[in-house]
Design a binder for this molecule. Structure first.
Ligand SMILES: [Zn+2]
Length: 433
């Protein structure tokens, strides 16, 4: 199906109502400080970056909100199952890269917009890449990817250079629920500060996975965390490689049979491993719309945006359609002990009789840590390292020692790192419970 021809005359009229909104000051804007005549020009120059599962919605909204230079990133190719809600794709596009097809479609429909597609992961780029944008809009479907972009944007902030501060607009949905938030890196609460808003999913202690699985998810996590490490069927797990997922699925299935557990399927395996959250098309629309309106307000200053700096200004909107409809907008406070944007170590209550292994396992389920492969140092001494293998072997004997035996006392500061968040050190100050 091809898009209908757009006549030049209707194309110029397309922006009439948008321009009414963005070139006039909103009711809460100081009209003396707002210069509507510069807005369109400024917005034409803004480079904006979009990523994630809300992709079609975000891209369509940004293009129709007057952004002209948009970059999008998505590593996936189009699957037939996407066609029910990802409306920029057609049957003939199955198998092609999502970012590329979406970019072409919207460029064809909205004249004058330039869309640069990248068929890869957000983690494939470094700070130099993200520095070119003025606004980042993410509708990512994994908390890991969110935490990564959050930490990257915060590390990029250079107090000498105001342009290094990139507003991050984050939207996410889970079934009928969702949230939209604006993060001004280092100036307010960040995604890591707000981590406890996301309850850890499927974080099961290793001992349960290893000895007494009860649910299909436990078998999948066992294949993911234990069998993969032991057998290393491929050098590195690529969660987007169907061959890798198939390997995990087969392993999980064998284990499920052994323990008489039913329900392990390929798509559940993919869901657990990638931590995929069920998507409802219209919830995605609501949340993506909220995010893109904030982008428009940040870019034009036509109205105060969510996360506007100031006392008590809200930065977080939650939306729930689980029981009728409810929305609530509030200020999530920056945490002094945030491992990414804070200054002090976070207090961690532990039992001195715990072994180091038990401490390490606790990081997976701890709401404010959610680290699956933590390595630990204490006061300059390495207690346990997941990588490289030689160091892992060398530090492994510590796993069975108790915290007391390792000389950890109340007030000891430990530094925790995880391969999913390179460059981020989570500092904790121990308290004995
Ligand atoms: Zn923070």
């Amino acid at each position: 199906m091809s898009s209908p021809e757009i006549l030049p005359v209707s194309e110029s009229r397309r922006w009439k109502y948008l321009d009414n909104v963005r070139t006039r000051p909103g009711a809460f804007v100081d009209p003396d400080e707002f210069d509507g005549s510069t807005v369109v020009d400024n917005m034409n120059k803004i480079k904006i970056f979009g990523a994630g599962g809300l992709g079609c919605e975000i891209l369509k909204n940004l293009a129709l909100s007057g952004f002209k230079d948009i970059s999008i990133i998505d590593m996936d190719t189009i699957d037939i199952s996407n066609l029910n809600r990802q409306f920029l794709f057609r049957h003939a596009d199955v198998g092609k890269f999502k970012a590329e097809v979406a970019a072409k479609f919207v460029e064809r429909r909205v004249k004058g917009v330039k869309i640069t597609p990248y068929n890869c992961k957000i983690q494939d780029f470094d700070e130099d890449f993200y520095l070119q944008f003025q606004i980042v809009v993410c509708g990512l479907d994994s908390i890991e990817a969110r935490r990564w972009i959050n930490a990257t944007l915060i590390n990029m902030v250079n107090p000498e250079n105001p342009d290094s501060m990139k507003p991050l607009i984050d939207g996410g949905t889970e079934g009928f629920k969702g949230q939209a938030r604006v993060i001004l890196p280092t100036m307010g609460s960040c995604i890591e500060c707000q981590l406890d808003m996301h309850a850890p999913r499927a974080a099961v202690p290793l001992c349960t996975l290893a000895s007494i699985p009860r649910q299909p998810e436990h078998c999948i996590e066992w294949a993911h965390v234990i069998a993969w490490d032991k057998e290393k069927p491929f050098p590195q797990l690529d969660k987007d490689d169907p061959e890798h997922i198939t390997w995990l699925y087969q392993k999980a299935l064998e284990r499920a049979k052994e323990f008489n557990i039913s329900g392990v399927t390929y798509s559940l395996t993919q869901g657990v491993v990638k931590n995929i959250i069920p998507a409802i098309a219209a919830t995605n629309s609501v949340i993506a719309a909220a995010c893109c309106n904030e982008a428009l307000k940040i870019a034009s200053s036509c109205a105060p945006f969510l996360g506007t700096p100031g006392d008590g200004e809200p930065n977080y909107m939650m939306y729930s359609g689980n029981d009728s409809i409810y929305t609530y907008t509030f200020k999530h406070e920056q945490k002094e002990d945030c491992p990414v944007c804070g200054m002090t170590a976070r207090v961690l209550k532990v039992n001195p009789k715990w072994t180091l292994e038990e401490l390490i396992e606790s990081f997976a389920t701890l709401p404010e840590a959610q680290l699956k492969k933590p390595s630990i140092r204490a006061e300059g001494k390495t207690l346990y390292m997941q990588l490289p293998p030689s160091l892992e072997e060398q530090t492994r004997p510590n796993l069975s020692k108790t915290l007391e035996e390792l000389g950890l006392t109340a007030g000891t500061e430990i530094a925790v790192t995880d391969p999913a968040f390179l460059g981020v050190v989570f500092n904790f100050s121990l308290r004995f419970a």
